[in-house]
Ligand binder design. Structure first.
Ligand code: PLP
Length: 386
C-alpha cells in the first residue's frame, strides 16, 4: 500500500549554508577560542534608545492588543513621513503596510502579485530566501546573472532578453544589495523599472539596506513608480533585526488584497515592535553614528584586505558587506570558509549561499561589528594567507 505523503515537495528548499559556519564557530567558542564574526548579516549595535524607551512605555501603560492588519495608523503615517523627509517623495500612508520584517513582506507580496507557476526574475549573486520563498509558494525563480561591469545591477536589456525567451511576471532587485554591497544608480534603477513596466513585468524593490549608502545616495523606487512594490525593514539601518518588523509601500490596487492576506496569515504584526518602530525614527542621530562606524569598518577592510592577500572584491557601495573573490585560493568557498574559521578564527559566509553559478569563487564579509574586530580580522587573515 502506498504510504501517505507527509512532506510536501515545495518544502524542500535548501538550507542556509552559513548556519554550518556558525555552528562550527560556536564549537570553537565553547572550547575557549575567540572568533571574529563576519558571517552574520546583522548590526552589533542595539536598537535606538527611543525605540527601547517606547517599548518599555508600551509595556507599562498600553494594551498589547492586535492592531489593524495593515499596521498601526500612526506608524504607517510615520513611515510615509520618512519618504518625505528622506527622499522628498510623497507616499500616501494608505499604501503603507507594516509587516513581520521584510521576510514577512516577501510572502505577502508574492502571494498578492503572482500565481503558482509564475516566473519571477532575481539576480545572482543574491539573497537566497528570494528564490526559496518563491519556490515554496509554487512560483519559479528565474536567475539572471549580473556582472562586475554594471556594478551587479540588472539592466533592462538583460531582463527583456530573458522575458522574450519565456515571459516573466515579476522581477525583484535590491540596492544596496546583499551579498555584493553594490548599488544601482538612479538612471540604472529608472531604466530597469521602465523596461519591466513597459513589458508588463511587476517590479519589486528590496530597499532593506537603504540608509546604509556610502558611494552615493540610494534612490527609492517609490520616487520612480506608483506601480512598483517597495519592501523595507527596521532590521538593518535601525538595528532592530530581532524585533521582526518591516514595511511595504504597495500599489493602490494591492492594499486590500494584502490586508486580507495578512488578516488570515498573521492577524497583525507584533504590537510591541510597532510601538518601538514608530519611535525608532526619532533615533536617527544615534543610527547615523552607527553608520559612521560602518564607514570606518569599510575603510579598514578596503585598505587592509589587499595587504592581507585578498586583492579582488566588488565595489562596497552600501549595506555592510564586502564580497571578495577568493578564486586564487580555492574552488570551494564553503571549504575555504571552514578552513579560515578553524585556522584563523575568522567566520565569513561562503559565496555558494548566494550564487549557485559562481559562488565557489567568493566569500562574503559582514562589517557590522566594531572597528577593533575589523583590524583583528585583517591581521588574522594576513597571517593565515601569508
Ligand atoms: C537583502 C535582504 N532582504 C531581506 C532580508 C530579511 O530581513 P528581515 O526579515 O529581518 O527584514 C535580509 C536579511 O539579511 C536581506 O539581506
Amino acid at each position: 500500500m502506498e504510504q501517505p505523503k507527509t512532506i510536501s515537495a515545495r518544502s524542500d528548499v535548501p538550507p542556509f549554508m552559513v548556519m554550518d559556519v556558525m555552528a562550527a564557530a560556536e564549537r570553537i567558542e565553547a572550547n575557549g577560542g575567540h572568533v571574529i564574526h563576519m558571517e552574520v548579516g546583522q548590526p552589533a549595535a542595539p536598537a535606538p534608545k527611543a525605540a527601547i524607551a517606547a517599548a518599555h512605555h508600551a509595556l507599562d501603560g498600553a494594551r498589547i492588543d492586535y492592531t489593524s492588519a495593515l499596521g498601526m495608523l500612526s506608524l504607517r503615517e510615520r513611515i510615509a513621513r520618512h519618504y518625505r523627509d528622506t527622499y522628498g517623495c510623497t507616499v500616501d500612508a494608505g499604501r503603507v503596510v507594516v509587516t513581520t520584517g521584510s521576510s514577512g513582506a516577501f510572502i505577502l507580496a508574492f502571494l498578492a502579485m503572482f500565481e503558482p507557476g509564475d516566473r519571477v526574475a532575481v539576480t545572482v549573486p543574491g539573497y537566497p530566501p528570494y528564490r526559496h520563498i518563491l519556490t515554496a509558494l509554487g512560483c519559479e525563480p528565474v536567475l539572471i546573472e549580473t556582472s562586475h561591469q554594471t556594478r551587479h545591477a540588472l539592466t533592462g536589456e538583460d531582463l527583456l532578453s530573458v522575458h522574450r525567451k519565456k515571459p516573466l511576471q515579476g522581477v525583484l532587485v535590491a540596492s544596496p544589495a546583499n551579498p555584493t554591497g553594490t548599488m544601482m544608480s538612479k538612471e540604472a534603477l529608472a531604466g530597469l523599472i521602465a523596461a519591466a513596466e513597459g513589458a508588463g513585468i511587476r517590479f519589486i524593490s528590496d530597499e532593506i539596506y537603504h540608509g546604509l549608502d556610502y558611494a552615493f545616495p540610494a534612490v527609492t523606487a517609490a520616487q520612480l513608480s506608483q506601480r512598483a512594490l517597495i519592501i523595507n525593514s527596521f532590521s538593518k539601518y535601525f538595528c532592530m533585526a530581532g524585533w521582526r518588523i518591516g514595511w511595504m509601500v504597495v500599489p493602490e490596487a494591492l492594499v486590500r488584497p494584502i490586508e486580507r492576506l495578512q488578516q488570515n496569515l498573521a492577524i497583525s504584526v507584533p504590537t510591541l515592535s510597532q510601538f518601538a518602530a514608530e519611535a525608532a525614527f526619532d533615533g536617527r542621530q544615534e543610527m547615523e553614528a552607527v553608520k559612521r562606524g560602518y564607514v570606518e569598518n569599510r575603510r579598514i577592510l578596503i585598505e587592509g584586505l589587499p595587504q592581507a592577500g585578498l586583492t579582488k572584491f566588488l565595489p562596497a557601495d552600501g549595506a555592510f558587506y564586502l564580497y571578495a573573490d577568493v578564486s586564487n585560493f580555492t574552488s570551494d568557498s564553503l571549504a575555504f570558509a571552514k578552513q579560515m574559521l578553524q585556522e584563523a578564527h575568522v567566520a565569513a559566509t561562503p559565496g555558494v549561499d548566494f550564487d549557485p553559478l559562481h559562488g565557489n569563487s567568493f566569500i562574503r564579509f559582514s562589517y557590522a561589528r566594531s572597528a577593533d574586530d575589523m583590524r583583528e580580522a585583517v591581521a588574522r587573515i594576513a597571517r593565515w594567507l601569508g
